[in-house]
Design a protein around this ligand. Structure first.
Ligand SMILES: Nc1ncnc2c1ncn2[C@@H]1O[C@H](COP(=O)(O)OP(=O)(O)O)[C@@H](O)[C@H]1O
Ligand SMILES: [Mg+2]
Length: 442
């Protein structure tokens, strides 16, 4: 038996010492107890503080938080979920989390418990049942493990999509409105250039129409003469009388003429059709697919109309090979070409020498079109503003200031280049680069 645990003989002379030592031990034990008590209290205060900290973090979260056990029974929720469902955490305790989810999404959420064993679920869109009906949420779900790494449940964090979705819908409709406004602008610019060209177009239409009209008059007269002759045949007139009639009505010349009259009329009608077709390029607001089109034709028609409308003696140097094809929307590129040529012609309105040079070159798949004028060129301060919407130096009715900005948009959308520079010693040159091939990444 050790000395420490030996019974004390209270009659022995050492008894007093023994009591003293007992009391000392008791004192020590008491001091230890007091010390432990203080430590426990301190730890308790720390715990309390961190609980308050986590509670405040949880309750200030706007995302909803649901902590479940391994079968999906709710163990804890935050204030955001209480607010959303209108139920307290006590009411929600033990409820299976799927009971909070709109029945349309049950299949999705039922698989959460198995899915998280493989990987966390991210941004799963579902709807929670709330007092005010279903609320859309984007839900993330992660496994919850204990200190040994064993799966003990899961943590669901959901972000209400209401606000996000509302903002998204508003953004979408603003975008659609902007697109519509932009389309209207493009269209009105087109109409403005068409308005300027209309006088020339009307004149151009007049020509073929007037000779179709003239031919029809001649045909009408011919029909009268032929009817007279056929009537005479029907009446049984003599061969001699008929021969004389044929001569006086000049029927042989008439028959020879008929062919060329019909041909001429057809030509006139074809020309009208061509003009109408050219005009269609202005009115086509929406085009379907990009495709290969005859850029030479687009340039020549644009040039033809603009020169006609200008009614000025412009010297035109045209270095344009036949049938150069570009890839894109022909109507849109027509709008760009019309604007570049029109700008060049406008720029020369006060110049003594009015010379317009157009070139078109193709190397491999790249097509380069240039329009050079002998006008005054562009001042340094205006050069940087050329492509700004509504920038114009022209009087009202002649310029919208939209031509180059719209052209730039069209050319960029075609993956091309559009630039304008001054030339030495005078004038300006617009350069348009397009491709004759569909871009590989489209
Ligand atoms: N070839 C050019 N020479 C001189 N100035 C030009 C030329 N091309 C364009 N500009 C200038 O750029 C401005 C903007 O052109 P644009 O966007 O087509 O609008 P608009 O032709 O309606 O004025 C013109 O008003 C003009 O001042
Ligand atoms: Mg213009």
């Amino acid at each position: 038996m050790s000395e420490k645990n030996a019974p004390i003989d209270v009659t022995s002379p050492n008894a007093e010492d023994a009591w003293v030592s007992v009391i000392q031990k008791m004192d020590e034990a008491y001091a230890d107890l007091v010390h432990s008590q203080v430590e426990v209290e301190e730890k308790n205060a720390e715990l309390e503080e961190s609980k308050l900290f986590f509670d405040s973090v949880q309750s200030s979260m706007s995302d909803v938080l649901i902590v479940c056990d391994q079968v999906g029974a709710i163990q804890r929720v935050n204030r955001a979920l209480e607010r959303l469902t209108g139920k307290s955490s006590e009411q929600l305790f033990g409820v299976h989390f799927t009971e909070l989810v709109d029945s349309r999404y049950l299949q999705k959420v039922n698989s959460f418990l198995t899915q998280i064993k493989l990987q966390p679920v991210k941004d799963c869109e579902l709807e929670l049942k709330t007092q005010e009906g279903s609320v859309p949420l984007s839900m993330n779900c992660s496994p919850r493990r204990n200190h040994r790494g064993r799966l003990v449940g899961m943590v669901l964090v959901g972000r209400p999509l209401g606000e996000l979705q509302k903002a998204y819908i508003e953004l979408n409709s603003a975008h659609a409105e902007l697109k519509l406004a932009q389309e209207r602008l493009v269209q009105s610019e087109k109409m403005a250039s068409l308005g300027r060209l209309v006088a020339g177009v009307a004149h151009e239409l007049n020509n073929p129409i007037s000779f179709v009209y003239g031919n029809m008059h001649a045909l009408q007269r011919y029909t009268d003469r032929l009817s007279q002759y056929f009537d005479a045949i029907n009446e049984g007139q003599s061969r001699e009388a008929l021969r004389e009639m044929r001569e006086s009505l000049r029927l042989d010349k008439l028959i020879k003429d008929l062919n060329s009259l019909v041909e001429g009329t057809m030509e006139g009608a074809d020309r009208v059709k061509e003009i109408v077709n050219d005009l269609k390029q202005f009115s086509s607001s929406q085009e379907s697919e990009k495709q290969l089109f005859d850029l030479t034709h687009v340039i020549r028609t644009a040039l033809h109309w603009i020169i006609k409308e200008s009614k000025r003696p412009i010297e035109v140097v045209e270095k344009i090979p036949d049938k150069v094809q570009a890839f894109g929307h022909s109507g849109q590129i027509h709008q760009v070409v019309v604007n570049l040529i029109q700008n060049a012609v406008d720029a020369m309105s006060d110049s003594s020498r009015q010379c317009l040079e157009l070139t078109l070159k193709q190397s491999d798949y790249q097509i380069e079109f240039t329009v050079t004028d002998s006008g005054p060129g562009i001042s340094e301060e205006n050069l940087s503003r050329l492509f700004d919407p509504f920038f114009t130096t022209k009087p009202v009715g002649q310029g919208t200031g939209l031509g180059l900005s719209i052209s730039y948009g069209i050319v960029s959308e075609h993956g091309g280049v559009l630039e304008i520079k001054n030339c030495d010693p005078q004038g300006a040159r617009a350069r348009l680069v397009l491709s004759s091939q569909e871009p590989a990444d489209v």
